[in-house]
Design a protein. Structure first.
Length: 179
């Protein structure tokens, strides 16, 4: 059962314990990200349900994000940043609660834009910190994908790794003195 207390508890863990949790090396946690991320014994964020909500919200914000496997990109990101994982988990839980109370369906089960967009607009207005950070993350992950670059006719960064930076003037080679 989703309750306000669970929501506040999730937020508190995210804000209060975020720095402590983030300092624990990622290798100390389980690697099976499909089932979620165990923040502490028995406390799992980004479970399978939350991942579906995240994917649906990402697709609502950036259509086509599922095509580049945004789920894996976000899961890798939140697995490295446990404070972000708890923060985003709470925000996604909130979106699902709103959806269930208004439409009696999980957010990821909504298919009509007339149902999805009002929830996104509501969260944008009432929980702008979560919304702006989540949107920024999705946009950043989406546009950093080489598949998207090709769709935009962008061939990637001008300098690949290992090549000199052409913004710097070339170093003058020393010529031997001739007599």
């Amino acid at each position: 059962i989703n309750t306000r207390r669970k929501f506040l508890k999730t937020l508190a863990i995210g804000f209060i314990g975020g720095k402590v949790i983030s300092s624990i090396p990622g290798s100390a946690f389980a690697k099976n990200l499909d089932k979620g991320i165990e923040i502490q014994k028995g406390y799992i964020v980004f479970n399978e349900d939350t991942q579906k909500i995240m994917e649906a919200l990402a697709e609502g914000l950036v259509p086509g994000s599922k095509e580049i496997d945004i789920k894996s990109k976000v899961m890798n990101y939140v697995n490295r940043d446990r404070a972000a994982a708890t923060f985003f988990d709470a925000g996604l839980w909130n979106i699902n609660s709103i959806s269930k109370s208004k439409y009696k369906k999980a957010f990821y089960d909504l298919t009509d834009k007339n149902e999805i967009n009002p929830i996104i607009e509501y969260v944008k207005a009432k929980n702008s910190t979560f919304f702006n950070q989540f949107r920024y993350l999705i946009i950043r992950l989406y546009y950093s994908d080489p598949i998207v670059w090709k769709k935009l006719s962008y061939s990637g960064p001008p300098q690949t790794k290992g090549f000199m930076d052409y913004a710097e003037p070339p170093k003058q080679s020393k010529k031997p003195k001739t007599k």
